[in-house]
Ligand binder design. Sequence first.
Ligand code: COA
Length: 292
Amino acid sequence: MVETSDEWITERTGIKERRIAAADETAASMGAAAGAKALEAAGLKPDDIDTVICATTSSAYAFPSSACEIARLLGIRRAMAFDLAAACAGFSYAYSVAHSMILTGQSEKVLIVGSDLMARACDPTDRTTIILFGDGAGACVLGKSDTEGTIAVHASADPFSGELLSLPVPQRGQSDTPWLYMKGNEVFKRAVVVLAELVTKTLEKGGMSADDLDFLVPHQANLRIIAATARKLHLDMSQVIVTLDKQGNTSAASVPLALDEGVRSGRIKRGDVLLLESFGGGFTWGSALIRY
Ligand code: COA
């Protein structure tokens, strides 16, 4: 499709494969598939869920939201349901909101879904983006617990750098569909700095040090960014869940997909301390320090 090579992509990004959704898939259909697996893993029925949050910036409809559609597809009949747009940091933002809702007693069981179809948002002739993004969905259920749980969350944004990474929403009457735009090397530099501060701040907030961590579950944008964050924490790469070699950057889906991979492969075990982090367009970033 573009002038590039497997060697360039592997060296600069760590990506070997990506998953591309079928034409009839949507953020909601993929999110529902992920949500069903999360409910099964949690041993819950659809009516146990009182809130559905779908982190996405590629919903097929503004309304009904993908979250409402996911609730419909899963038979969740009595939940508050809404989408949350924070680009690649969407899952971390959603986690933060869900955590607050549980703390205040507003919710008991929140289904958090990250679902995005970014591959189709990329200009097929732009070699700086088309090689990076894949489609995917991941989900988890967050609930109250006395023994496990959230140790600290942090989320923030820099609203003054939005032009470096943007996805215009097509407007009525517009003839061309605008593509995703990214000034890759600028985003790269910023992501490394922000994520280093983010992980440090989150550990401080949780009263922990990097030595307490079992696993880093990072957003999967670029292996060099992930490795830089791991170095900052003095973590061995064996303590980092990496999925981008198989999935590319799946935006809001990447952290829950990595969490899913870590748990289902048996690497992440009950009681492990995990640091989830992500960075995306906006700029937005967020993290969650949790005992699984
Ligand atoms: N194949 C071959 N060459 C490519 C290429 C590709 N797919 N994409 C870019 N290049 C070229 C550029 O044109 C440039 O050529 P030039 O030096 O002749 O001008 C050269 O490679 C270096 O480009 P640069 O953008 O500086 O490369 P990079 O090392 O920063 O890698 C990214 C590019 C996109 C892989 C990297 O910047 C990145 O991962 N950025 C952040 C991604 C991210 O975190 N995104 C979103 C957060 S959610």
